[in-house]
Design a binder for this molecule. Structure first.
Ligand code: NDP
Ligand code: MG
Length: 389
């Protein structure tokens, strides 16, 4: 029997990589359900090609008469609430969470409650409410297989290592397009420049996150919740070639490295096949083609958002949710041309300093903190208090 797959965010970059794997292994997987937010054209073409049972268009504002309630035999649902419905179909084995931002939280919770394996790309879910998700998982047959490339690399390395040999995990980062730009020129960078990632082809939000290494900060928090390492034992190195994705350092001082071509098809295929193994070469990348590999210490003056993420992670409670929500607002404002690139971390710091870390650590508490952080971030950006930092 084919293994059922649901893709939340099938029209995005990770969604595309997932569809590529389904195309490549049609005898193994079947798309049972998927979502897009507002891209009706893509929704229609995916529905026609893969003929799933059900799809959800999560935006509340699209014209529902364009696609109606059926495309062939595929049922069409509307509204974000239905993201929680489409992950629960009994035939689904794996739910790939490839939506962007905190919109991933509620459907991930629904998929955990339904006992699904989760290919988790949507890092914002773990960053925002990691402890809550972990508690839910403890009482469910559901489990997470990370799709974020660094975490997938670490997952594969750690699975094959002895627990008592481990010292530290290390995430690699390309350093983004401004790695060599003089720090004093960072306020002048344009949206187009920030959207040009040197090695990975990704959606706009994560590309901006990567340019200031806030993405790596989110990933440090994600790694903390996925693997249980304390923040002192999670390192970050700049590795501009993006060949090595994760490293595990052992007590004796050695390092184990996972390397592949920088393409999301690797972690996506691994998470879909897991616990089986991917049966054939996806993209060959022998060591002789790697070139010269560099591993460098990140400069925290250039990447203040990375230091801030460690601070928020160590503070715990709802600080990571506030970090995430204010970052989502800041990235949106930057993409609208309303704040400077360097004001993204300043805005996050302002919001973190103003909201007390006293909300309950449950879903409602996280969502309340998220709402407060977004309100305050918009307010700060209007008043330009962000310049104070
Ligand atoms: P994209 O921007 O390319 O795609 C986002 C997807 O989410 C689209 O399908 C979009 O639909 C949908 N979407 C947008 N807004 C909402 C919303 N409010 N509610 C529900 N769905 C929405 O993002 P990426 O694929 O780059 O990233 C997706 C997630 O995966 C992020 O959390 C990111 O951090 C993570 N990730 C991405 C990697 C990558 O290589 N791209 C690598 C590692 C992790 P529509 O097209 O209709 O707008
Ligand atoms: Mg990553």
């Amino acid at each position: 029997m084919k293994r059922g797959v649901s893709i939340l965010g099938a029209s995005g970059s990770v969604g595309e990589s997932t569809l590529k794997i389904l195309r490549q292994f049609p005898e193994e997987f079947r798309l049972v359900s998927f979502s897009v937010h507002s891209n009706l054209q893509k929704a229609e073409s995916i529905a026609k090609e893969f003929q799933p049972d059900i799809l959800c268009i999560s935006s509340e504002t699209v014209d529902r008469t364009v696609l109606g309630n059926k495309i062939g035999n595929t049922k069409v649902l509307y509204g974000s609430k239905n993201l929680e419905e489409i992950v629960q179909e009994p035939e689904i084995e794996t739910v790939v969470t490839a939506v962007v931002g905190a919109s991933g939280i509620r459907p991930t919770v629904a998929a955990i409650r339904a006992g699904k394996k989760i290919g988790i790309a949507n890092k914002e879910t773990l960053v925002s409410c990691g402890p809550y998700i972990k508690t839910l998982l403890e009482n469910s047959k559901s489990y997470l297989v990370p799709v974020d490339s660094e975490h997938n690399a670490l997952f594969q390395l750690l699975e094959n290592m002895k627990k008592d040999s481990l010292e530290r995990i290390v995430l690699t980062a390309s350093g983004g397009p401004f790695r060599k730009l003089p720090v004093e020129d960072l306020p002048k960078v344009t949206i187009e420049q920030a959207l040009k990632h040197p090695t990975w082809n990704m959606g706009p939000k994560i590309t901006i996150d990567s340019a200031g290494m806030i993405n790596k900060g989110l990933e440090v928090i994600e790694a903390h919740f996925l693997f249980g390492f304390s923040y002192d034992k999670i390192g970050v190195v700049i590795h501009p070639q993006s060949v090595a994705h994760g490293l595990v350092e052992t007590k004796d001082g050695a390092s184990f490295v996972y390397a592949s071509y920088p393409d999301m098809i690797f972690p996506v295929a691994h998470s879909l096949y897991y616990p089986k193994i991917v049966p054939k070469v996806l993209r060959s990348h022998p060591a002789t083609s790697w070139g010269n590999l560099e591993f460098l210490e990140p400069d925290l003056e250039r990447y203040p958002g990375l230091a801030l993420a460690y601070e928020a992670g160590r503070a715990g409670g709802i600080s990571p949710s506030i970090f995430n929500a204010s970052n989502e607002v800041a990235v949106e404002l930057f993409l609208q041309g309303k704040i400077l690139f360097t004001e993204i971390p300043s805005l996050i710091r302002n919001v973190l300093e103003k909201i007390p870390n006293t909300f309950p650590v449950d879903l409602e508490g996280y969502e309340e903190a998220d709402r407060k952080a977004r309100e305050l971030a918009f307010h700060f950006s209007k008043d330009k208090v962000v310049h104070l930092c």
